[in-house]
Design a protein around this ligand. Structure first.
Ligand SMILES: N[C@@H](CCC(=O)NCCCC(=O)O)C(=O)O
Length: 271
């Protein structure tokens, strides 16, 4: 008998933000609409949040889902996670998010849970595995300014800004149908400095900055990009391909989890 699988579930860890006027500002746990929408439309999956999850709950919560998306965010990963002080205290941090996402990366990769990282999520994967970040790419001689024009309309902020060259024989290169390079948007101030052990750089900007990584020993989909494929992912061939491939990996895990649950239910009980 064939059994139709339920819609896969994707854990999307929350940002912690203060919203409201200064004296009345209150803490909120939030998820950007464009990320959730890309998971729903592009990967045909259901986004879920565990808003007050802490690191000690990560393993138990990962067992309930079919994949993870680590989203972008205006906040930076705290540089203490790669042994540095904060270079610019005016920039936002989100240590509560760091606590969860760094643990999620290690556990998800160890267990073969499909993982997609975007922008901050890309940086989190590198830091979680022992890599480090440049805290201000634009201040480095010879590097481009990878930040978005802050006062421009969103369409302009998310417009393709520079090329990335793709590494042959990578998943990303296959998803780009063998194109040697693609143009991508760019909305970040930080970037990978020391690549973490176990990660392979599979895309580079013209200034040499790493723009995409894959996990070398991946047991399932494990890709992260510094740009934003979630932005109207259905309008761009590579963005659509990334979310479709992630969706396929989610359905494979979903089918496996359901088969295990059926086998467990059918097993004889021993006293
Ligand atoms: N703060 C980091 C990460 C940049 C990032 O994820 N930007 C996305 C902002 C828009 C959004 O919320 O999606 C850096 O600057 O490098």
């Amino acid at each position: 008998m064939s059994v139709a699988s339920a819609t896969p579930l994707v854990w999307m860890p929350a940002d912690h933000r203060l919203l409201g006027e200064t004296v009345h500002a209150q803490p909120y746990l939030i998820l950007g609409d464009k990320y959730a929408r890309a998971v729903k439309v592009g990967a045909q999956a259901q986004p879920v949040m565990f808003p007050l999850a802490d690191a000690s709950e990560v393993a138990r919560l990962l067992a309930l889902v079919d994949g993870v998306v680590l989203t972008g965010s205006p906040s930076n990963v705290h540089p203490r996670h790669f042994g540095e002080p904060v270079a610019d205290p005016s920039l936002p941090l989100d240590e509560a998010r760091d606590e969860v996402t760094l643990a999620v990366v290690r556990q998800a990769l160890a267990e073969g849970v499909p993982l997609l990282g975007i922008c901050r999520g890309f940086q989190e994967i590198n830091v979680a595995l022992g890599g480090s970040l440049h805290q201000a790419v634009h201040a480095l001689p010879g590097y481009l300014d990878h930040r978005e024009p802050k006062s421009a309309p969103l369409d302009e902020q998310y417009a393709p800004r520079h090329e990335v060259t793709l590494q042959p024989d990578s998943l990303l290169h296959r998803l780009a149908r063998g194109a040697p390079s693609v143009r991508v948007n760019s909305l970040h101030g930080q970037g990978i400095r020391r690549l973490a052990p176990g990660l392979r750089a599979v895309a580079h900007a013209p200034d040499g900055l790493i723009e995409a990584v894959e996990f070398e020993q991946a047991r399932a989909f494990a890709l992260a990009v510094q740009w934003h494929p979630e932005w109207r992912c259905w309008e761009d061939a590579l963005s659509s391909a990334i979310f479709e491939a992630f969706g396929q990996a989610l359905r494979q895990r979903r089918a496996r989890r359901e088969a295990e649950a059926r086998a467990f239910a059918a097993a004889p009980e021993f006293p």
